[in-house]
Ligand binder design. Structure first.
Ligand code: 9MG
Length: 279
């Protein structure tokens, strides 16, 4: 049986013949990701980073205007629109698929008008108006699990059975999207590594990648690049976590993950080429 994820202008087979894991490069357009010289400088910086990722073979570029690191404060709707919209319009026709990382329905609406291929919502489309915002489009929808919110999520993450609880959450959200009339071929799930989880929770979920895909019958996106779960086993600070992150991406792909969200595009693309050549 062949299954395909509808991804805006693209279609990605995720089960059956012709499956190839896709590399999603991270493009943060937050003031801490460039020296804040105003809108023009941030657009120039974003474009040059995107061009490097394209050169390295990226499949999807994920544009985010609000930091989701533990403890990060929220940004206003106006600031987020001002940061991401010029970048989405500038990237739209450069080749790769474009994703926007947002939980705000108004940003989703504007991004869909700009032609994005995926909405990546760390909040699982729970905000009032989110389902209405995405219903009448063909972009893919990434439903991520998060316990609590970015400001508080790492204070005391707690589960009785993390894998079962994450599956139950993702199932409930997928059913809410389907009940809103959304085509199941647009849905993608994500366990949300680091979003309200200890290192042990994260590795229990990484080991359960194949189970999540089987039980929910949906393609999976894994984002563990440079996260503390990589630092915890390598003992490396964030700027030295490239090799560990590539190892984590391969562990997810080996269990059937379709998309890996990464900082180090060139290294991940090469690792996946070799991995696929051997399978
Ligand atoms: C925005 N963002 C940061 N980490 C992420 C992850 O693991 N998955 C997804 N979908 N988005 C993420």
């Amino acid at each position: 049986m062949q299954s395909t994820l509808q991804f805006g202008r693209f279609n990605y087979p995720w089960r059956g013949q012709g499956v190839r894991a896709r590399v999603m490069g991270i493009l943060n357009v937050t003031p801490d990701s460039f020296s804040d010289g105003g809108n023009y400088q941030s657009l120039e910086f974003a474009l040059s980073h995107a061009e490097q990722m394209i050169e390295a073979g990226v499949d999807i570029i994920d544009v985010g205007g609000e930091s989701t690191r533990p403890g990060s404060p929220p940004v206003s709707l106006e600031d987020e629109l001002q940061r991401v919209m010029p970048v989405l319009y500038a990237l739209r026709d450069l080749g790769p698929a474009i994703s926007v990382d947002t939980y705000k329905p108004q940003v989703m609406r504007e991004a869909i008008i700009a032609g994005v291929d995926m909405i990546n919502d760390i909040n699982g489309f729970r905000a009032p108006g989110a389902l209405d915002a995405v219903r009448d489009s063909d972009c893919a929808l990434c439903i991520m699990h998060m316990q609590s919110d970015p400001q508080h999520m790492q204070l005391a993450p707690a589960y009785t059975d993390v894998v079962a609880e994450v599956i139950a959450f993702l199932r409930e959200r997928a059913e809410a999207l389907l009940a809103a009339g959304i085509d199941p071929r647009r849905l993608c799930i994500d366990p949300g590594f680091g979003f309200g989880k200890t290192v042990e929770h994260n590795y229990a979920l990484l080991k359960a990648t194949a189970r999540l895909i089987d039980e929910l019958n949906l393609p999976l996106l894994a984002g563990l690049s440079r996260k503390s779960m990589v630092g915890a086993v390598t003992g490396k600070p964030v700027e030295q976590r490239m090799a560990g992150s590539v190892g984590g991406a391969l562990a997810a792909v080996a269990q059937g993950a379709l998309i890996v969200r990464v900082h180090d595009v060139a290294e991940t693309v090469d690792a996946l080429k070799v991995w696929h050549a051997a399978h």
